[in-house]
Design a protein around this ligand. Structure first.
Ligand SMILES: Nc1ncnc2c1ncn2[C@@H]1O[C@H](COP(=O)(O)OP(=O)(O)O)[C@@H](O)[C@H]1O
Ligand SMILES: [Mg+2]
Length: 599
């Protein structure tokens, strides 16, 4: 955010360079309507001028025949009709344009955010940016486009009036130009202050959003009700919101103060100019008729300069925002190029080698340190270790969601650095520890594991039967179209363990080379746990299968057990080997079995 924290003219011009970029973006997204609106705007801007001429002709026609008067009146009526039609058309087109633009931009942004990296969502700065940009992008580009058109039209009218006065007295015209320029500098400073204030508080704003989310969803309701914490959250919310309101009001006060100061100055200059005009009449330099038109021009200058300043203020303020939008779009674009890089994605991987892999999260100590292990197909492997020992981090690295800080991973002979996202998408199925409970139908909850292949309902039902999901049967039959969860109409809520089984089926649906289950037993009863382990043994005969668990008992039948401790591999072996050779493993095993350490 440093780049916008101080006002320099270089940065000011840099910001203005986003204007052509925004226009290009708008014209790419909504070309037809953008042109149409520019044209309609020009036409409606010209109508008052035409009106002026017709009015003049009407007055002059009084000297001619009634027939001419009627002709001009008909013309007058005709122009009024056109004017009404065009301005209504312009309004409608603007609405349509705004709706279309925000729709296209939202789609573009969703494509961008899905091309970002997991680490982007885990850093609050980036997360704030994503939130703020996606929230405000619906109206900001249109606001900018509109303000540019208004500023442009008002500028033309302003300079026409200044020119009119300048032909009489150049010094007066320059004098009249000083105040708009002065106002502009002040307004831009306030615009920037407003932007920085809003941007800096993005994190706190997200906190208010989070409180509202907590207070309006079922998952948190139970705790909030029983612990009676709603008032706590409401006052936390008020504290933050009040701060925002005060910040906004401070800016508004500053704005009002400067505006009144400038208004006073403007009035003083106006009086001075009128005095000069009156003296010019008195000295016979100009006629009274000229005085009237000069005063009209003066009034126009006041109106148009205000309009120019206000529009430029909006242009600048929204451009600062657009700069951030472009940063995000560019990041997404770069990532998408990488993701979509056309690459041969090998399949049927039989061996996975982790070589000297370390990983550290930003601002933390090493979560993984010098990991070396080989996992082969047909060799059911378990990774055990206490909470925080690095198991889930390893899963995210193996599935390509994080790049190791040092070291490499080989999938057969392919190194992770040479592989693209589609490789992981084709080859790896993971049941994440924090799997998703899709508030969608049962069928969708399963099909989302592999939407690019065809599956018959029978195949899905087979899997449901295999995992004993009888509780989902209605009248002895599975209804794949039932809505799960309770966020939407006729939703059927299921238990945590039942959700986990559904997520497991989703992970098993895809025909992958590598299956990883991260704590699949966390919400399951011991019968289900055994069933799943048995299924996994069967499945692991021809695949690379990794079963992650904090519980040794659940994993002890694996062919190979990797023991993790504080980000490192403590030992590798079968259960009996480890019981014999690894003190730490034994300690874990007895602590689990008897609740205490036995040697
Ligand atoms: N997204 C994250 N950002 C920063 N640190 C993390 C993140 N996820 C996990 N960690 C840290 O990394 C370490 C290993 O975590 P994790 O791999 O989730 O352990 P496990 O799955 O074995 O319980 C922990 O100390 C944890 O605090
Ligand atoms: Mg974990």
């Amino acid at each position: 955010m440093d780049e916008v924290s101080t006002f320099t003219y270089k940065e000011f011009f840099n910001t203005l360079f986003t204007i052509p970029k925004t226009l290009r973006l708008i014209f790419i997204l909504e070309k037809k309507y953008a042109y149409l609106i520019v044209i309609l705007n020009l036409v409606t801007a010209l109508i008052p001028l035409v009106n002026l001429y017709v009015n003049q002709a009407l007055i002059n026609s009084l000297m001619f025949s009634t027939e001419t008067v009627i002709k001009i009146l008909v013309l007058y009526f005709f122009i009024q009709c056109i004017s009404t039609i065009f301005s209504q058309l312009e309004n409608y087109m603007k609405e349509k344009f705004e709706a279309n633009l925000s729709y296209s931009l939202n789609i573009k942004l969703m494509e961008t955010t899905s091309a970002l990296e997991l680490t982007d969502y885990e850093q609050s700065d980036m997360y704030n940016m994503i939130e703020k940009v996606t929230q405000e992008s619906t109206y900001k580009p249109f606001q900018l486009f509109n303000a540019i058109i208004t500023a442009f039209a008002a500028c033309i009218s302003l300079f026409a009036s200044l020119f009119f006065i300048g032909t009489w007295n150049g010094v007066v015209a320059v004098l009249l130009l000083i105040i708009p320029i002065l106002s502009l500098v002040l307004f831009l400073r306030i615009g920037q202050l407003e932007f920085i204030t809003q941007w800096k508080r993005a994190d706190s704003e997200r906190k208010t959003w989070y409180i509202v989310y907590l207070l309006t969803h079922d998952f948190s309701f139970k705790e909030i009700r029983l612990n009676n914490t709603s008032q706590y959250f409401i006052s936390k919310y008020s504290h933050l919101k009040r701060k925002f309101i005060n910040q906004d009001l401070t800016i508004q006060r500053k704005r009002a103060y400067f505006e009144s100061l400038l208004d006073l100055l403007l009035n003083a200059v106006n009086i001075l100019v009128i005095l000069i005009m009156i003296f010019a009449v008195k000295s016979g330099e100009i006629l009274v008729g000229n005085l009237i038109s000069l005063m009209q021009a003066l009034a126009k200058i006041n109106t148009y300069s205000l309009s120019v300043i206000q529009s430029i203020y909006i242009v600048y303020n929204t451009s600062l925002f657009m700069q951030q939008l472009f940063v995000l779009l560019k990041k997404g674009e770069t990532n998408r190029c990488r993701i979509n890089r056309c690459y041969f994605a090998p399949q049927n991987i039989n061996k996975l080698s982790v070589e000297n892999v370390s990983y550290n999260y930003p601002n933390t100590t090493l979560a993984l340190q010098d990991i070396n292990v080989t996992i082969k197909a047909g060799e059911l492997t378990a990774i055990v270790g206490q909470n925080g020992s690095g198991k889930s981090t390893l899963v995210k690295i193996l599935s390509g969601l994080y790049t190791p800080t040092t070291g490499i991973i080989k999938y057969d002979n392919y190194t992770n650095n040479d592989l693209t996202t589609d490789f992981y998408q084709k080859n790896i199925s993971v049941l994440f520890q924090d799997f998703v409970k899709y508030e969608l139908t049962l069928k969708e909850n399963i099909r989302l594991g592999d939407i690019f292949s065809e599956y018959t309902d029978d195949k899905i039902i087979q899997l449901l039967d295999r995992f004993n999901l009888e509780f989902l049967k209605v009248g002895g039959k599975y209804d794949l179209d039932i809505q799960l969860g309770n966020w939407f109409q006729e939703g059927r809520q299921v238990s945590g363990g039942q959700w986990q089984k559904i997520a497991l089926i989703r992970a098993f649906l895809k025909d992958s080379s590598i299956y990883i289950l991260d704590e699949p037993n966390s919400a399951l009863d011991s019968v289900s746990e055994k069933e799943i382990f048995d299924y996994f043994i069967e499945k692991s005969k021809k695949n690379i299968s990794i079963y992650i668990s904090h519980s040794i008992d659940a994993a002890k039948n694996a062919k190979k057990i990797i023991v993790m401790h504080e980000g490192k591999i403590e030992a590798i072996g079968t259960h009996s080997e480890l019981m014999k050779n690894c003190v730490y493993y034994r300690k874990l095993y007895y602590a689990e079995k008897f609740g205490e350490y036995h040697e």
